[in-house]
Design a protein around this ligand. Structure first.
Ligand code: HEM
Length: 184
């Protein structure tokens, strides 16, 4: 279950893929809602918002587990620019995610709407209608979506580089608890 020096345990792997799938689903749902006709837009946005609120739990789980567990060591030495990129891409991904999770609820609340989670939990607006704040948050949500998209592409390129050029276990150790894997 726990991470070791050489790789990730079951909890880290589960949280990573849960976060990845949820983020991709949110991205696609948000985009589809933007392009949809009014009647469909409401349903898609309702789903987008309900799933997005669940994302907070996944995020808290990930941060808590990382703080408790530390981090497996990096598999290979790389040039300085690549090391910097490998350090910064996950930070930019998290910053993009934080921007989405902050701007989303404020965008809804500043329109005067409450946030409804799967028809079960209702979070009324503590703000009331604030049109300018709504527009700023809407713009930030769009910028955050672009930051997430480009950092996701960089993340994928990094995975491909490890897989094709370095041929190391970077991807493998995020697919299965990796006590048994060696470095190469
Ligand atoms: C990881 C978290 C999230 C991701 C990846 C995400 C992604 C997106 C995307 C891609 C769009 C379409 C933006 C565009 O290009 O026009 C969008 C729109 C929207 N999102 Fe999110 N979102 C997230 C979190 C949230 C949260 C937490 C809320 C609210 C609780 C929310 C509420 C909305 C709303 C209301 C819109 C429609 C905005 C408009 O009318 O222009 N989102 N989201």
């Amino acid at each position: 279950m726990k991470d070791t020096e050489n790789g990730y345990g079951g909890v880290s792997i589960l949280l990573h893929w849960l976060a990845a799938i949820t983020m991709i689903a949110l991205f696609l749902l948000g985009q589809a809602a933007e392009d949809a006709a009014d009647s469909k837009r409401k349903t898609l946005l309702g789903l987008h918002i309900s799933i997005a609120i669940s994302m907070y739990l996944i995020l808290v789980g990930r941060i808590g587990w990382r703080l408790y567990n530390g981090r497996p060591r990096v598999l290979i030495e790389q040039s300085q620019p690549l090391t910097l990129l490998a350090q910064w891409v996950p930070i930019i991904l998290l910053a993009g995610l934080a921007l989405m999770l902050l701007s989303g609820p404020i965008m809804v609340w500043s329109k005067g709407y409450s946030i409804n989670v799967f028809g079960m939990i209702n979070l009324p607006s503590p703000l009331g209608k604030m049109e300018t704040l709504h527009e700023v948050m809407e713009a930030l949500h769009k910028v955050g979506a672009k930051i997430l998209f480009f950092s996701f592409i960089l993340h994928m390129l990094g995975v491909l580089k490890h897989l094709i050029i370095d041929r190391d276990n970077t991807l493998k150790r995020m697919l299965a608890p990796s006590k048994k894997f060696s470095e190469k």
